[in-house]
Structure formats: C-alpha cells, structure tokens
Design a protein around this ligand. Structure first.
Ligand SMILES: Cc1ncc(COP(=O)(O)O)c(C=O)c1O
Length: 429
C-alpha cells in the first residue's frame, strides 16, 4: 500500500475557499457553448475537450451490472413504499384519474401538503396560492432557478452539491458560487458563507438533510443563512427531500426560522419519504408571490403530471406519525449495518445524520483518488459506490478527492453481504 497522501481538509485552510468565478473569465471558449453544453459543464459532464461524459451514476450502474457487484452507487430504494399508496394509485387509474391534473396540482394533494407542513413544522402555507405540485423535486428546483436567475446573477450552494443544481444554474446563465462543507462534520465555515454573498446573489439553494454528505444542518448554520439572505435580500430555496429521514437529530425546515418565511421556498418530494422515486411527485411551498413566479415557469415545463399518483401521495402524507418514525428508524438500522462494514474495510467513516447516504475517507487505505477506487471497487470486492468529487467543481473535487459515497437504502441482507465483501478490501488492494 502507498502511504496516504491526505488532502488538507482543515477548516483554517478552507476559510476563503468559496469560489467567486468571474463570469467573463469563466466563459471563453465555452461562451460559444450551446445551452445544453452549459448544463453538462455545470454538472461536470463535459471534458475540457468538449467530449460528453456519461454520469458517474450511469457508469457505476453499468459497471455493477457487468461485474455482478452490489450497486450502492445510486440512491434509490430496492423496496417499495406503503401498499395502501400503491392500492390508491391503482384505484385512481381504474376510477378514471387519467387526464391532466390542474397545473398547480390536485386540490387534495395541495391540501395534504399544507396539512403536512402544519402538522410537522407549524407552517401554514396557503393550499391555493402557496403550494404547487411538481414533477419530482427536480422540476421544482429547475422552475425556481429559471424563475429568478439569469446571466449576471449568482446562486450559492454548499459543495459538494446535488448534480442537478450545477446543471440548472449553468442553464440559467447564472454563476454558481459554492461554499465548502468541511470534514469531519461537513459544516461550512461561517466566514466563507458570509463572503459568498454579493450584490449579485439572487438565490441561496440549501439542501437539508444534505446529499451526498448525510449532514443535517443545525439551527445556528440555518440561522446564519437566513441572516445573510435578509441582509442581501436573497431568496432561499431549500431542498428538503430527505426531511423525514434523519437519525436521532431533528430536521429544522429553514422556513421555520425567524425572518425566513417571506423569502423561503421549500421543496420536497414523495420519492424519498415513501420510497416511490419513480412516481416523480414533488412540491414547492412558500409565500404566494414567490410561488406564483415558479408556477408561471412550471406550467410551461410540464404543466402537470402524475394525476393518479397525486391522490395516493395525499394519502401517504396523512399516514400516522408511526409511519414516518418507522421509516427513519429502519433506515438508521441499515446505515449502522453498512457503516460497520465500511469501518471494518478500513475506511474513515463520517457520521451520517440523515438521507440515504454515508461518506467515507479512503485515505487510511492509502488511496487518495476516490474516482479511481470507485472504478476498481466492483472488480475488487463486488460493491459499487460513487466518488464525492463528482458532486463538486474542480477546486472542491481536489479538496474531496479521497472521499466516497455509499447508499444504504437497500435490503438488510444485501447490505450485510456488501459489508462482508467490503471487509476483504484491505487484502485486495
Ligand atoms: C437532494 C436531492 N434533491 C432532489 C432529488 C430529486 O428528487 P425527485 O426524484 O423528487 O425529483 C434528489 C434525488 O436523489 C436529491 O437527492
């Protein structure tokens, strides 16, 4: 084994690591890019020579299939959600719910979303004007970014970031400004966060609980986001698709913080909470004026979708508290099984407080290039994972180059087998 070439991931060295790329300096020769190339570049899918790469998720899935590896790369559950919801969707199809839903979503679902926000968080969005149903969280993110940002604007996200953020921000023509999340707790340096805001900032897009790191942001970090957003008059877009999947720590919706309500658009989705990622039913809620702006764009991206699933999701949102608690507890037990296997494999394992994901540092095994390891892992031990650098722009990719993400939203037996296989890694390197 080679000695570990551990990247310097300390807070002090990252104080000023946020990026404010000068749009003019950033663009040539890409300024002649087509919009789709901007999207690809924003999600790290375009090489310097302009070649289009497949996503790492696709690459790892293909590799897992060809090697028979257990695929812990992609974050989708291998078990369906509640039978009552499946029955409701089937009944809805048989009962004729097969034409366009209203553009802002079926009333029953908008009412259920509003009731859910009140029941869990004390928020009271107006189901008529303050809630829209979207084609997954993905459409809500896209429509909100398109509604409020364009060339010359800046959008802040933490880094690593979910890949659709980079793609969509680039597609709008805005500049993507990132604030690093730092090991071991994957929290931002507050000085770097403050320095990321300028008079060009239009949106701060927060993902909480956070994919890929598994961080659930504590109140003081969210409060600082709100304070800075107020100071700079910025819209807060918050992606809370993992809101119910936290492990022993509370999820605090940004919109509940003092000063946040009037400027916060909250996004969630049925995919993760109910293990129906293929239904693509998402939603966005917030102040009517902001929601109307997003709805205006959204009606020309899909208008509406998933009519028979919308009623079923309304039913799901009304399930008793035990359903939500059990879902989180089941997932926490799975995280522990995989986490133990990853420790036994010799990785440094970072605590995951929420989401489907757990992050490890490969450096203790003498590996400083997680992308290369991810490509070798299926052959070596029959498990596939995704490197964290793919969720970053170049500077962040360098900072996180030894980090790897594993998904634990899989059956217990499969996770035990993966843990067993991973335990052999040290001997195979
Ligand atoms: C942080 C985050 N946001 C949004 C999405 C997409 O959600 P949906 O499938 O509802 O579009 C995902 C899916 O992995 C995600 O991890």
């Amino acid at each position: 084994m080679q000695p570990a070439d551990t990247p310097d991931l300390t807070r002090a060295s990252q104080q000023d690591a946020h990026q404010h790329p000068d749009p003019a300096a950033q663009t040539p020769p890409e300024s002649r890019d087509e919009p789709w190339q901007h999207a690809a570049r924003g999600a790290n899918l375009l090489g310097g020579d302009g070649t289009l790469a497949v996503t790492i998720f696709e690459e790892m899935t293909t590799l897992a299939l060809s090697t028979g590896a257990i695929n812990l790369g992609q974050g989708f559950p291998d078990q369906d959600g509640p039978q009552v919801m499946k029955d409701a969707a089937q009944a809805a199809i048989n009962d004729g719910a097969n034409q366009y839903a209203p553009g802002k979503g079926l009333p029953v679902l908008r009412q259920a979303i509003a009731a859910h926000q009140e029941r869990f968080y004390g928020l009271t969005p107006d189901p008529e004007e303050g809630v829209i149903v979207t084609t997954g969280a993905t459409e809500a993110i896209a429509a909100a970014l398109l509604a409020f940002t364009g060339p010359g604007d800046e959008v802040i996200t933490f880094e690593p970031f979910y890949d659709s953020y980079g793609a969509m921000i680039s597609l709008t023509g805005a500049t993507h400004v990132t604030v690093p999340l730092l090991v071991p707790d994957f929290l931002p340096d507050l000085g770097a966060l403050a320095a990321a805001f300028t008079d060009r900032t239009k949106i701060i897009l927060v993902n909480n609980p956070h994919n890929p790191t598994g961080t659930v942001f504590p109140r003081h970090i969210l409060a600082e986001v709100v304070r800075l957003a107020e100071l700079h008059d910025v819209v807060i877009l918050t992606d809370e698709v993992y809101e119910h999947l936290t492990f022993g720590v509370p999820h605090i919706p940004v919109a509940t913080l003092p000063g946040a309500l009037d400027r916060t658009l909250t996004i969630s989705s049925a995919g993760k909470t109910f293990s129906f990622t293929g239904w693509k039913i998402g939603w966005l809620s917030g102040p009517p004026a902001l929601v109307a702006a997003v709805r205006t764009v959204k009606q020309f991206t899909t208008y509406s979708s998933g009519t028979p699933f919308q009623g079923a999701v309304a039913l799901g949102l009304g399930l008793p508290d035990e359903f939500f608690t059990r879902a989180a507890n089941t997932l926490a037990a799975k995280k522990d099984i995989l986490g133990a296997g990853l420790k036994a494999a010799g990785f440094d394992v970072f605590d995951s407080q929420g989401t489907y994901f757990i992050t490890v540092d490969t450096a203790p095994l003498g590996i400083d290039d997680a992308v290369t390891l991810a490509r070798r892992l299926p052959q070596l031990v029959g498990v596939a994972a995704v490197p964290i650098p793919v969720f970053c722009h170049p500077e962040g990719a360098e900072r996180t180059r030894s980090l790897l993400r594993f998904a634990f939203c899989k059956k217990v037996d499969l996770l035990k087998e993966a843990a067993h296989r991973l335990a052999t890694l040290k001997d195979k390197l």
